[in-house]
Design a binder for this molecule. Structure first.
Ligand code: GLN
Length: 198
């Protein structure tokens, strides 16, 4: 199992650390050829406009789209924005997931927060694991899911913070910043990793 982490900008190193801790080969992706032989790709948090512009400059946009048609892709925060079809603004997007996101939906950097959320799907990786402690940093919101996209987790007031559409996963918070690796393990299952990771 080999998972790539898009390493143009943002907190890609934290994802690499979690993947390696879980016994998975992790590769930093900066060039189209880095996508060869990967079983899945994580797009980290950062600034979605910067990630998008660099993806254009590095001629990665089309290779990433082609990769995403066939393989598991998970976007966290800015990565979720980049995966979406609609971010309410003009900026380069992969445009894979049928979700509409609103950038900086909670306000400025100081409005960052942490909260426990219920994520029923995590029962699949850790039965009885309990609530999930989610870290939001200038996070977007998933304001609508369309087509085959489904909401996976919501805040108490019902606002959507995680969604899945077939082999694509979007979380607006940062699972790479806590010790709880259930989302990484869930993504590895999506990417076809069968070995049990505890
Ligand atoms: N605010 C950033 C954006 O809109 C996302 C923040 C993050 O990834 N933590 O791209």
């Amino acid at each position: 199992m080999k998972i790539g982490v898009l390493a143009l900008q943002g907190d890609f190193e934290e994802h690499v650390v979690v993947l390696r801790r879980l016994g998975v080969e992790a590769v930093e992706v900066r060039l189209p050829k880095d996508l060869d032989d990967l079983n899945g790709l994580i797009i980290p948090g950062g600034e979605s406009t910067t990630i998008g512009k660099l993806a254009v400059d590095f001629k990665l946009l089309e290779p990433l789209r082609r990769f995403g048609q066939e393989n598991a892709v998970w976007g966290t925060c800015a990565g979720a924005i980049f995966l979406s079809k609609d971010a309410h603004r003009r900026q380069p997007l992969l445009g894979l997931m049928d979700i509409t996101v609103e950038r900086n939906a909670f306000g400025r950097q100081v409005a960052s927060f942490e909260v426990d959320i219920e994520v029923p799907l995590l029962e699949k990786v850790a039965p009885g694991g309990g609530p999930y402690h989610a870290v939001f940093i200038r996070a977007p919101l998933i304001v609508a899911v369309h087509g085959k996209a489904q909401a996976l987790a919501c805040l108490e007031d019902g606002r959507i913070v995680a969604a899945q559409q077939e082999h694509w996963l979007a979380t607006v918070f940062h699972p790479e910043l806590t010790a709880d690796d259930r989302f990484h393990r869930y993504f590895l299952q999506m990417a076809g990793y069968n070995k049990r990771v505890e």
